[in-house]
Design a protein around this ligand. Structure first.
Ligand code: PXP
Length: 241
């Protein structure tokens, strides 16, 4: 079974910094420490309202990283231009609503389809590996494939909620497994993320069609108690297959 990649999302280091309008804690420093501690890639979400990561963070982190940078972004003209200019190794296109606390669901691939296709094609030509954040649904995956994406990232919010609440998650797990296998058969790389903890990451890492997990909020939260290095190392051990 191939190694599963661990993408570390450092958005919430910037959330803490911005809470006080300070210059610390530094997302750049977190990115370097995550790299040193075994992360396979660093994820940052440049939101339209810049509530955590900002343009300068993106520029600086891109410059210093040796591992791939995964830029999460909404499919807007502003973000498209930034991605074209910055050339992140990976781009993950996500839906974005101003009022949401976090990315609430997968993309609706019927909205702005021709623009989305243009963005995917252009960013791929520009050297980025492009991923679309979708629900674990066969139709969404087929649409992502038709749009020319290299990868899909499956929104794991629902299964993580079930696991956290101690409810039965078997049906959702089966759905994710079946759809991951379908996506792999279509030639897509399959990633998963949103709401992952040690427990849910371990469960999802058993699905061998999933090649990458992207983890942020829980991982940064645990780092308050155990340190970023230790938490990343724990995740590495837990998702090893
Ligand atoms: N993957 C994607 C596409 C996301 O939008 C997010 C949230 O920014 C994550 C993974 C990480 O989610 P969490 O912070 O809940 O671990």
């Amino acid at each position: 079974m191939s190694k599963i990649r661990l993408g570390v999302n450092i958005d919430h280091v910037a959330t803490v910094r911005n809470a006080r309008g300070e210059i610390y804690p530094s997302p750049e420093r977190a990115a370097l420490l995550a790299q040193k501690s075994g992360a396979d890639s660093i994820t940052i979400h440049l939101r339209e309202d810049r509530r955590h990561i900002n343009d300068l963070d993106l520029k600086r982190i891109k410059k210093i990283l040796k591992i791939p940078l995964n830029l999460e972004m909404a499919c807007t003209l502003e973000m498209f231009k930034i991605a074209k200019k910055t050339k992140p190794d990976f781009v993950c296109i996500v839906p974005e609503k101003r009022k949401e606390v976090t990315t609430e669901g997968g993309l609706n691939l019927d909205i702005n389809k021709s623009y989305l296709k243009k963005v995917v094609t252009s960013l791929k030509k520009n050297g980025s590996r492009v991923s679309l954040f979708v629900e674990p649904s066969k139709l969404a995956i087929l649409k992502a494939s038709n749009l020319g994406a290299n990868c899909i990232e499956i929104h794991t919010g629902k299964i993580c909620n079930l696991i956290n609440k101690g409810k039965s998650y078997k049906v959702e797990l089966k759905k994710i497994k079946k759809n991951s296998e379908y996506a792999e058969k279509l030639g897509l790389y399959v990633h998963a993320g949103h709401g992952l903890t040690y427990k849910s990451a371990k469960i999802l890492s058993k699905i061998k069609s999933i090649s990458e997990l992207n983890i942020g909020h829980f991982l940064i939260g645990e780092s308050i108690f155990f340190g970023l290095k230790n938490v990343i190392r724990n995740f590495r051990k837990i998702i090893k297959r």
